[in-house]
Design a protein around this ligand. Structure first.
Ligand code: IPM
Ligand code: MG
Length: 362
């Protein structure tokens, strides 16, 4: 099969981790007889520096024509000036919106080899295998807002949701849950927020179409607690944009490190194969403190590449092979610093990528 993949390396550790994921995709293409073409495009801080905008039009055009998009991370202290007219993060949010990527799928799977890397107890972690579906193009990230301005007296952001925005993401979550263990938790803050009361009402209506589904509505603060007290009792979790952002950083600790979690953002657009035109990125940020040191964990991006194969290219066997390769490297006991404990062999980003490529070749 031929496929066109746009790579948005971005800032900080972005180029390092996408470099490794690309190597792994190339190795998968070799093993299974595919031809993947990679098209590097600019987005984020470097795009501001070099092209004057965090999301150049050429990037959006290339993404629209691609079969899938692989993204590293954007942002860094260099672009943190609150008065700057553009920010790296704006580029990412605008791209999600442009491509109407309304659902961000974040699987949180415990690799048993990494129990020791987590700050949580083994008995809490046993059996963790859940998926958070985060609404990605609505809510407080996109609602009407007012910057503080010169006087720096007042500022606001608005958490706004419409019925169709809630409906489509809850439906996608319900379908996902039906294909797994038929259990869904919908997260909101309906005891306080109007947008959450609408969320709960619409979710309840949509979920009435799924009689076989076990549903619970959980307040977001309670969910923050349950996630570290009884994470294995959850299967699919659906949440609005900001709640999903926060809960998945928390949930990454179940997997041992932020560096382990992949994500897929899907929406309404279809690619040349009739499959969702998806954006695939690790859930971590650009980690400026470790950028350029070759110590970043590439697994989150490599596992995102596996999701790309699965969801946008329909290559399930290839996706499973990449996941198996990651597992076998973890079995060898090799670790990047973020997931290492005493006595384990610590390697850098590129060596880790090479090991996955080797494992994939067999
Ligand atoms: C994420 C990130 C982004 C977000 C930032 C970089 C804008 O935290 O993908 O989770 O908040 O969505
Ligand atoms: Mg985040």
């Amino acid at each position: 099969m031929d496929a066109k993949i746009v790579v948005l390396a971005g800032d900080g550790i972005g180029p390092e981790v996408t470099g490794e994921a690309r190597k792994v995709l190339e190795a998968a293409a070799r093993r299974f007889g595919h031809t993947f073409t990679f098209d590097g495009q600019m987005m984020g801080g470097r795009a501001i520096d070099e092209l004057g905008t965090s999301l150049p039009e050429a990037t959006v055009d290339a993404c629209r024509q691609a079969d899938a998009i692989l993204l590293g991370a954007v942002g860094g202290p260099k672009w943190d000036n609150p008065n700057a007219p553009d920010r790296p993060e704006r580029g990412l949010l605008a791209l999600r919106k442009e491509l109407s990527l309304f659902a961000n799928i974040r699987p949180v799977k415990l690799h048993p080899q990494l129990i020791a890397a987590s700050t949580l107890k083994e008995e809490v972690l046993q059996g963790v295998d859940l998926v958070v579906i985060r609404e990605l193009t609505g809510g407080v990230y996109f609602g009407p807002r007012q910057e503080a301005g010169e006087a720096a007296f007042e500022a606001y952001d608005t958490m706004l949701y419409t019925r169709p925005e809630i409906e489509r993401v809850v439906r996608l979550a319900a379908d996902t849950a039906m294909a797994r263990s038929k259990k869904l938790a919908s997260v909101d803050k309906a005891n306080v927020l109007a947008s959450s009361r609408l969320w709960r009402r619409v979710a309840t209506e949509v979920l009435a179409d799924y009689p076989g589904l076990q549903v619970e509505h959980v307040l977001v603060d309670a969910m923050a607690m349950h996630l570290i007290r009884r994470p294995a009792s959850f299967d699919v979790i659906v949440a609005e944009n900001l709640f999903g952002d926060i809960l998945t950083d928390e949930a990454s600790m179940l997997a041992g490190s932020m560096g382990m979690l992949p994500s897929a953002s899907l929406g309404e657009l279809r690619n040349s194969r009739g499959l969702p035109l998806g954006l695939y990125e690790p859930i971590h940020g650009s980690a400026p403190d470790i950028a350029g040191k070759s110590i970043a964990n590439p697994f989150g991006t490599i596992l995102s590449a596996a999701m790309l194969l699965r969801h946008s290219l329909g290559l399930e066997q290839e996706a499973a092979a990449v996941e198996a390769a990651v597992d076998s490297v973890l079995n060898e006991g090799v670790r990047t610093p973020d997931i290492a404990h005493t006595g384990q062999e610590v390697v850098g980003t590129q060596v880790m990528g090479d090991l996955v490529v080797q494992a994939l070749a067999y």
